[in-house]
Design a protein around this ligand. Structure first.
Ligand SMILES: Cc1cc2nc3c(=O)[nH]c(=O)nc-3n(C[C@H](O)[C@H](O)[C@H](O)COP(=O)(O)OP(=O)(O)OC[C@H]3O[C@@H](n4cnc5c(N)ncnc54)[C@H](O)[C@@H]3O)c2cc1C
Ligand code: SF4
Length: 445
């Protein structure tokens, strides 16, 4: 497989001229269904209309006021099933490329040095945010815009959560994020990195330490494993470990390790595709994506599947991994697989895979990456023992305010929804900020 030297940076987006030309295809629908298709209320109907009328600054202002991570969403949103799916131009030709226009406008604002957001005088309320992923950043920015003093506590040495330590840099690079982060910091948000809130009851104790409210946005940093009892095996990694090391200064080490090797990735979602494509771009000889269902049942976006195929990833569908082959040096050598077939439709309308007896076989692999699901880390509920969680350790909230079962503690993003999207985490941050302001106002009364 060919090595991609541009692993560390993402492809260029629309130029401003291209964005204007694309906006000119907009039908200016009165009810702007695209705007209802955006989970974070970014309001593409309004910013595209403004762009069509050459009010470029106004268009940028609309995005930034509605979505503090408008640039990240412009790059990462699966827009084809969100805003663009609702676009009426589809009935005539093809949907307006909303995400690309959005990204272009945000980049244009950086090129022009436009500062369109500001924070008012401080209102005296201090709020703590735990986690600096999209949900935490969005909540912090919204609160800062309303005059709160916000401190984010972040476990990693840099802010950003999955968009900094998960999504590979050829899809979303650090320079792009640095611009967006700078705008959030310029609102007066303080971010304390290497500052995990992990001790027994530590998250709840923030309320006693002077913070009027706490927003929990710790995401899902635990990994589901095929054989949880199998640990410390050279070459056997979870997707979280693999992707985080790629973005944590280990890119060249991994490139040396992967170049010329055979890599097997287990899973069929977007995260599995990120792992497989990354391995291919790092020069693996062969990359196999092992998935127990069929190609069309993969949860990954179609566009992602096509990109992975184009990168040379081999799709090994209808194969269920059952065990690992590990040598006496505790190094991975292979995966044991069994072929599957799709049984009749189950209650959820999805045909379930069943193994075919006698079809076991062995796939040799130098490196195996398990991408079978992200979950809340095991001891997370210890950090907030009185906050109600479900069996998956996901925090239970009132979705209209993000309130948890503990007064003054709010939560949002993946730690509440389970694996979601950046744009959904942004919306949770907005909802929580509104909920927190109402709560603070109630306390004052
Ligand atoms: C590999 C991968 C690729 C993805 N690609 C896309 C995509 O292309 N498009 C898309 O829309 N979505 C994508 N997603 C999903 C998206 O990234 C998440 O839905 C989103 O990041 C969730 O945001 P969050 O703020 O809830 O959590 P996270 O982004 O997980 O952030 C949580 C933050 O909390 C910090 N933290 C955790 N525990 C503590 C603690 N105890 N104390 C202090 N800090 C703590 C973490 O270090 C992290 O910084 C992807 C997810 C993954 C895993
Ligand atoms: S944030 Fe995402 S879903 Fe919303 S309008 Fe922009 S690209 Fe579409």
């Amino acid at each position: 497989m060919e090595q991609n030297e541009n692993f560390a940076s993402m492809p260029k987006g629309f130029s401003l001229d291209q964005a204007i030309a694309e906006a000119e295809r907009c039908l200016l629908c009165h009810d702007a269904p695209c705007s209802t298709g955006c989970p974070a209320g970014t309001d593409p109907g309004t910013f595209i209309r403004k762009l069509r009328l050459k009010n470029i600054t106004g268009a940028i202002r609309t995005i930034k006021e509605n979505n503090i991570l408008g640039g990240a969403c412009g790059v990462l949103c699966p827009a084809a099933r969100l805003c663009e799916q609702e676009c009426c131009a589809t009935e005539i030709s093809r949907p307006i490329e909303i995400a690309k226009i959005q990204r272009c406008l945000i980049e244009h604002s950086w090129d022009r040095g436009l500062k369109l957001l500001s924070a008012p005088e401080k209102n005296g309320s201090q709020v703590a945010v735990v986690g600096s992923g999209p949900a935490g950043l969005s909540c912090a920015a919204e609160l800062a815009k309303r005059g709160c003093q916000v401190t984010i506590f972040e476990a990693h040495s840099e802010p950003g959560g999955v968009i900094r330590y998960g999504v590979p840099s050829y899809r979303y690079d650090a320079d792009f994020f640095a611009h967006e982060l700078q705008e959030i910091k310029s609102l007066g948000v303080e971010i304390r990195c290497d500052a995990p809130i992990r001790g027994e009851g530590e998250a709840e104790r923030l309320l006693q330490n002077g913070y009027a409210a706490v927003f929990l946005a710790t995401g899902l940093w635990g990994a589901a494993r095929l054989k949880p009892e199998v640990a410390d095996v050279d070459g056997l990694l979870s997707s979280v470990e693999f992707l985080a090391s790629l973005r944590d200064g280990q890119l060249e080490v991994l490139r040396d390790r992967i170049k010329g090797s055979t890599v097997a990735v287990i899973g069929g979602g977007s995260v599995a595709i990120d792992c497989a494509e990354s391995a291919a771009k790092l020069g693996a000889r062969d990359v196999y994506l092992v998935y127990r269902r069929s190609f069309t049942q993969m949860p990954a976006e179609k566009s992602e599947q096509i990109e992975a195929l184009e990168s040379g990833v081999h799709f090994l569908v209808l194969n269920q991994p059952v065990d690992f082959v590990i040598n006496h040096h505790r190094k991975i050598e292979a995966i044991r697989l069994v072929r599957t077939r799709l049984a009749e439709t189950s209650g959820n309308g999805r045909r379930t895979p069943e193994t075919i007896p006698g079809t076991e076989w062995v796939l040799n692999a130098d490196i195996v990456i398990e991408a079978i699901g992200n979950r809340a880390v095991t001891d997370s509920s210890r950090w907030y023992p009185n906050v109600q969680v479900d069996g998956q350790r996901l925090i239970q909230t009132d979705s209209s305010t993000c309130r948890t079962s503990v007064e003054g503690i709010f939560a949002g993003g993946d730690i509440v929804r389970g694996p979601g999207l950046v744009v959904e985490a942004v919306q949770d941050g907005k909802t929580a900020a509104r909920g927190i302001m109402e709560y603070l106002a109630g306390k004052e009364v």
